[in-house]
Each structure stands twice: as C-alpha cells, then as structure tokens.
Design a protein. Structure first.
Length: 391
C-alpha cells in the first residue's frame, strides 16, 4: 500500500482496533465507477489530477456493495468521486446491484449525456436521488465546463428532455439540480458562476416557468422561499421532488483557489468526514480499489488501503485510517492533504487571513446544519476552530 508520508509533528495514537467494529455506519460512502470525464471544468481538479484514469471493475464494485449492505455500514452509496459515472459501460447493472443489496443509490451526473438513450437508462434503474450537476447559467458560464463540442443550447436541451420525460412518466425519483455560487467563499474558483442574487432568482424562475408549462397544478405545489446568497448550501423546490440547490464553490483540499490566494497548512482542525461524531463519516473507494476518506482527496493521497485486497472493515480498522481518525477526533490533522484542506486561506501579497464565510447568516445556517448532523460537541469544536482561523 503506497501513499503520502504523515507528518511526525503529532504522535501516532492508539493501535488499530483488533476486531472489526460492528458499529461502523458511514454517513456517505463513495464508489468511483470511473475517473474518466468528458468535461474538464475550471472549478474541478480534473485538469490537474495526476493519478491514472480507469474504470472500476464491476466485480470489485459488487463486492464492496455486498459488504456494505451485509454489515449495514451505510444506507446509500454514491457512484462518484471524480469522473462521470454514466461513462461506465456497466452502470445500469451496478445500479441494479445496489438496489438488490438493499442500498439506496445517489447518482451525480454532469448532465452532458442526457440523450434519450441515457435518459431511458436513468429512468429504468432504481436511483433514489439523482443530482444534475448543471452549474452554468448561460453560454458564458458554460465555457467554464470545457465540454468540447457540446453547446450550451444542446446541454440545457438535454436537461429539459430529462425533466420532461420524468414528469410525463410520473417518475418518483428525487432530482436535485446543482448550481454553484462563486462569490460566497473567498478563494474559491468562482469564475463566471452565479455571483448575484438576481442571477440566482433568474435561474429559479426559469425552471419554475418550465415546470408550470409542463404541469401547472404540480408546479403550484412547489414554492421556493426567497433567495438569499448569504444563505447558500440550500435547496429551493421548483417542482414536487425537484430541488434547485445553490452550492458554494469549494477548494478541493486547498487545490483550487483564486489567483493571489493560497492555503497555509494547519495541523489543528476538525473534519466531519473523519471525526463526525456518532456516524463514521465518509469513506471512498477509487476506481482502482484505493481507499480514502473523502472526495476532496481527489488524488487518493490518504491511501488507507485497497479494496481489491482487503475488506472495508479491515481498511477502516487498519493503522493508517485509525491514526488519521483518532487524531482528528482530538482536533489534530496528521496527513498533509488534510492539513492543507483545513488550512488557513491567506492573501499572498498581504499575508492577511481570509475568513471562510463572511456573512453571519451563512454561518448561522451552516452551524445549524452542522449541529443537526454532528451534535453539539463537534459544532462547538468546529466553531472554535473557525474563530481561531478567522482572527
Ligand atoms: S466537476 Fe464533474 S463534470 Fe466537471 S470535470 Fe469534474 S468530474 Fe468532470
Ligand atoms: S480534512 Fe482530510 S478527510 Fe477531511 S475533507 Fe479534508 S482531505 Fe478529506
């Protein structure tokens, strides 16, 4: 098993758990069906990713899903870390396997392949929650997605085709439409994403009108609250079962920042992915079986083990995963990727610290979400960490 060296600044703690922990419950489990992508978005590290690309062996995906379901380690799986899952030739079979195992499936697609053929696939397999990662609001912002010859018109046409077929067939699956907001998180690669309240309202109105044309009665049952860009990471219902979600652009463990800013690593910090209270946080298997804690580690540098050779339980209890986790529970980050991820954003010219979120409403909203997910202790620790890095 390879991987990045851990720093020696903090002592390695407790030995690995000798026996499998029957209580492992992941809140998010990611299976990267493929690291290939037919886009190369400016806000994604796809263009700088160095690890080899490939497709996950279907046998490996099934083995992991059987273990997750058999030991009730999670309720749902996500079929991505990097890459576009619909490019996997056995996507349908793997989606059905998740269902047969009793796992819910969350699927993120970049929405570039919404031809009738792919829509039929998507509507015929059991997907509990489908996220259409749209991000771009117009031709100008679509340039950021570097989608080759695909035009913005054809792209949006595919999204509309999918939604029309879903409504006409009364398909019950939940759909989330992701739009990234580029101006709320300093240092995030905002570019031409949504940057104003008017743009956000415009895109919500556009989809409300689209659904009103298709099904006025249904559309009337979904009422989006007033938009506030101070309050991102929030969903706006545009049709029953369809939510438009405003998402803050993120920095992929400090790798994607605006010119003029940099992340200074920090050995202190809290990360819900690895120290998330009662739940075991997140875990991710990359296409070649390499395991990491989260999708921010897009290069797989945490290298906790390999699911081709070990069970998920063994990897979770193994020395590397345990050391990272148990230090993180005490607010210490021992892996360089985590230290950069939870580091301090600064302006390079002045060295001035940049607070993660400036708006108190955003902070309030995120803290209450954090509290619901991770409990009081983690929220207090996270808040103290935030304050320490802001002043
Ligand atoms: S954001 Fe998604 S669609 Fe864009 S390059 Fe990354 S993996 Fe591909
Ligand atoms: S701190 Fe580490 S485990 Fe947590 S999100 Fe960042 S890279 Fe992932």
């Amino acid at each position: 098993m390879g991987g990045s060296p851990m720093t020696t600044a903090t002592p390695l703690p407790a030995p690995p758990r000798a026996a499998a922990d029957p209580g492992i419950r992941f809140s998010i489990f990611l299976l990267e069906l493929t690291s290939h992508c037919n886009m190369c978005c400016d806000f994604c590290p796809d263009g700088i990713m160095k690890r080899p690309r490939g497709l996950m062996d279907a046998g490996l995906a099934k083995k992991v899903m059987r273990e997750l379901a058999g030991k009730r380690m999670c309720e749902r799986v996500f079929f991505h870390v990097m890459g576009e899952p619909l490019l996997h030739p056995r996507f349908d079979e793997l989606a059905r396997h998740a269902h047969e195992c009793g796992l819910k499936l969350s699927l993120y697609t970049n929405s570039s392949l919404l031809t009738e053929k792919h829509i039929e696939r998507l509507l015929s397999v059991p997907i509990d929650n489908l996220t259409l990662s749209i991000q771009s609001i117009d031709q100008d912002s679509f340039v950021l997605r570097r989608a080759g010859r695909l035009s913005y018109g054809n792209y949006v046409g595919g999204v509309e085709r999918f939604l029309r077929m879903k409504v006409e067939r009364r398909h019950p699956g939940k759909v989330t439409m992701h739009y990234m907001v580029g101006n709320v998180k300093p240092g995030s690669p905002g570019g031409l994403l949504i940057v104003s309240k008017e743009q956000a309202e415009g895109v919500i109105r556009k989809w409300q009108a689209f659904f009103r044309d298709l099904d006025p009665e249904g559309a009337a049952r979904a009422a989006a609250p007033p938009v506030s860009l101070a309050d991102v990471e929030r969903g706006y219902p545009v049709y029953p079962g369809v939510v438009l979600f405003l998402k803050a652009a993120h920095h992929w463990a400090g790798a994607m920042v605006q010119v003029g800013y940099e992340f200074r690593p920090s050995e202190a910090g809290y990360c819900a992915a690895i120290s998330g209270g009662a739940a075991a946080g997140t875990f991710a298997v990359l296409w070649n079986g390499a395991v990491t804690y989260c999708c921010n580690d897009y290069e797989g540098t945490l290298a906790l083990g390999n699911a081709n050779e070990q069970t998920i339980e063994e990897i979770y209890a193994g020395p590397k995963a345990a050391a990272i986790r148990e230090n993180a529970a005490r607010g210490r980050l021992i892996h360089p990727t985590c230290q950069r991820c939870m580091g301090q954003l600064v302006r390079i010219d002045t060295g001035k610290k940049v607070p993660k979120y400036r708006n108190p409403l955003t902070l309030l909203h995120l803290s209450s979400n954090y509290y619901k997910k991770h409990g009081l202790r983690q929220t207090v620790l996270k808040s103290l960490d935030y304050l320490r890095k802001s002043f």
